[in-house]
Write a protein that binds this ligand. Structure first.
Ligand code: MN
Length: 250
């Protein structure tokens, strides 16, 4: 059995999401051959050299899973594209390029984060090309930590403000882009996240039937795609409410 998840946007301010993820690691993921995390795993990432105690605890949890025998594959999202090899090594996961073709149930499947499919958002695509340029990445990684934090905040605020302003269809994938890239990679199945619109879409790839599986973001509930002999099953699950920390009584 293989599990795929994305868009957890893990951060210290969301203990409910963190709890649900740690429960997944201790539960279903232990029985999985592999766990794929398709981007925006963390809400923000300023560098492997600047992990917070919270991020270190997530790193350790991944490591425990990896040591137990489950292979972990991690793809960058637009929020955590600064995750580097040091984190992956410590967490026992393999960094996957976006896009990548992997064999799932004996079928080649294209995996992506999904932001590169939203080609109608030209301003975003320009910014993406700039930020993912190796020269830019080198400069970013060598900026003082306080500057990196400031930049990350600025990028997040801009992205939130622009997403509110933009038409709904330009923050979704470009319909024609999907069969084009699937044909280019010779697959009938594409799995991605990013758009926060979980669904399984049927489509035509050339003359043949294909499907596009969109993973869900973890906000009010969690989402996972399970791949086994039954096929591809996308399902949501509820979070267990996190008890508020007990305040000390004087
Ligand atoms: Mn994203």
């Amino acid at each position: 059995m293989i599990l795929l998840i994305s868009d957890l946007h893990l951060e210290e301010q969301r203990p409910d999401i963190t709890r649900a993820f740690l429960d997944l690691l201790d539960g279903r993921a232990r029985d999985a051959e592999s766990l794929y995390i398709l981007g925006d795993f963390f809400e923000a990432w300023v560098g492997d050299d600047a992990m917070s105690p919270f991020q270190l605890s997530i790193c350790k949890a991944l490591r425990d899973l990896s040591d137990s025998g489950t292979k972990i594959f991690l793809m960058h999202g637009n929020r955590d594209f600064m995750i580097g090899y040091a984190f992956c090594k410590a967490a026992g996961c393999t960094l996957l390029a976006d896009p990548s073709v992997v064999q799932l149930n004996g079928e080649p499947v294209l995996l992506m984060h999904g932001d590169s499919l939203c080609t109608r958002d030209e301003a975003y695509m320009r910014m993406r090309r700039y930020l993912r340029n190796p020269v830019t990445l080198f400069v970013l990684r060598h900026l003082p930590l306080s500057t990196r934090h400031k930049l990350a905040r600025k990028l997040r605020n801009e992205s939130r403000a622009q997403t509110r302003m933009k038409a709904n269809d330009i923050v979704d994938v470009t319909p024609e882009e999907v069969p084009r890239i699937m044909a280019q990679y010779g697959v009938h199945t594409l799995i991605h996240g990013h758009t926060h619109r979980p669904a399984i879409h049927k489509l035509q790839v050339g003359d043949e039937a294909g499907k596009r599986i969109v993973l869900g973001d973890w906000d009010r509930q969690g989402w996972a795609l399970q791949v086994d002999e039954q096929g591809f099953q996308l399902a949501a699950f509820d979070f267990v409410p996190v008890q508020p920390a007990l305040t000390q009584q004087g």
